[in-house]
Design a protein around this ligand. Structure first.
Ligand SMILES: [Cu+2]
Length: 398
């Protein structure tokens, strides 16, 4: 019997310590080009998925928390490269640390192994001749999600319905056309200021991974912003959303901090939860500042569009109700701007984590008791007959 139990303990511990292994293959090259927002083509050195074209930024790599990650980098170019990850604390074994990098020579493959310890977005880049190879385009995002495929900002944290991942970067045309030699770097004076490789008007035309388009049934939105350039960056949120910082450089922020402007230093990455305050269309503005003196270099505007429910005429009309007061201590009042809908009106309140915390029928002007709710941000859904959604509002409980 004794032997059996020893074997069972051994078996259990072996299976518990076996971490999922995620393998990612990348190729490097130095002979690609990328089209800039003004139509000109610039050289790019890149990380790419084998068989797909060179580009900037490199592919977004997605793994889950707890994964043992092995990034195999095949060097298809003519210069040595490495793979470096920001913000992985002490577990940086073999990941291309600038002090002791694993260098992949042309024609060779290097394997960079690390444990994905904490959710968040991280900036990866080639760390050789830093910052030259990164500025030539060898950079991208690694996203670490909650294990098991749950859409939460961190394990046990708030739920989200859609996520967007922004990499802020910039390009100096001269650097790209005449790659500088280490040791005698010319000034870095960017010509292009980018979100996921796009800028200016091109952001307006492109909705794929930058513009935040959402409806009530797809809220809240989780937006991560990672700063890969130089100088300070500001991300300014419009009044139509309540923005709270939920992850900061891989660390959950408890309680989440309500902000209207996010400040980022080079290498930083923040996760922001966006809850709707109003229906509408506006922009999230990104300000790019020079390092010193701090002058505004550029501003990008990324579209944000929130529609509470596409099927209701009330939502299309704009802003059918107001809830007062906000922030609230004890009682909320729902005020209809136009004639209140006929029939039953039902309200439901959701916590920031997405849990339903109160549901009741009301008549117009009836107060909704919220004294029992904990301090925080909540979402109030107002429904008419048959559960048809009339409006949604975010409020703060004091
Ligand atoms: Cu390199």
């Amino acid at each position: 019997m004794k032997n059996w139990s020893v074997w069972i303990v051994f078996f259990l511990s072996a299976s518990l310590s076996a971490q999922p292994v995620k393998t990612i293959e990348l190729t490097t090259s130095e002979d690609g080009t990328v089209e800039m927002p003004d139509g000109s083509n610039l050289p790019v050195w890149s990380f790419q998925i084998p068989g797909s074209p060179a580009g900037y930024p490199g592919p977004r790599l997605v793994v889950e928390e707890g994964d043992s990650v092995r990034v195999g980098v095949y060097n298809a170019g003519s210069m040595a490269h490495t793979f470096h990850l920001h913000g992985f604390g002490s577990d940086t074994s073999n990941n291309g640390e600038p002090m002791n990098p694993l260098i992949v020579q042309p024609g060779n493959t290097g394997v960079f192994s690390f444990r994905a310890n904490a959710v968040g977005d991280y900036y990866y880049h080639c760390g050789l001749q830093n910052p030259i190879h990164g500025q030539m385009g060898m950079a991208g995002l690694l996203t670490v999600l909650v294990a098991g495929g749950e859409k939460r900002v961190y394990t046990g944290g708030p739920k989200f319905f859609k996520d967007y991942h922004w990499l802020l970067g910039e390009i100096d045309k001269e650097w790209r056309l005449n790659p500088p030699k280490p040791g005698n770097l010319p000034s870095f004076l960017p010509d292009y200021f980018l979100i996921n490789g796009r800028s200016g008007d091109a952001l307006g035309d492109y909705t794929g991974d930058v513009a935040i388009l959402t409806a009530l049934d797809q809220l809240p939105v989780f937006l991560t912003v990672t700063h890969s350039g130089v100088g300070r960056r500001e991300v300014v949120f419009p009044e139509m959303v309540l923005a709270t910082v939920v992850v900061r450089n891989g660390e959950p922020q408890i309680p989440a901090m309500l902000i209207d402007t996010l400040d980022l230093l080079p290498g930083e990455s923040f996760g922001v939860m966006l809850q709707p305050a109003l229906n509408g269309e506006d922009s999230i503005r990104v300000n790019y500042y020079a390092p010193a003196p701090e002058v505004l270099w550029y501003q990008n505007a990324a579209a944000i569009y929130i529609q509470h429910h596409s099927a209701t005429s009330e939502a299309a009309a704009g802003n059918p109700v107001q809830i007062l007061p906000n922030p609230v201590a004890d009682f909320l009042t729902v005020q209809f701007h136009a004639q209140p809908p006929k029939g039953k009106i039902e309200v439901e309140i959701f916590s920031e984590a997405g849990d339903s915390v109160l549901r009741q029928d009301i008549s117009p002007d009836q107060r909704i008791p919220v004294q029992r709710l904990a301090t925080g941000i909540y979402f109030l859904k107002i429904m008419g007959e048959n559960g048809r959604i009339i409006a949604g509002r975010t409020f703060v409980k004091k």
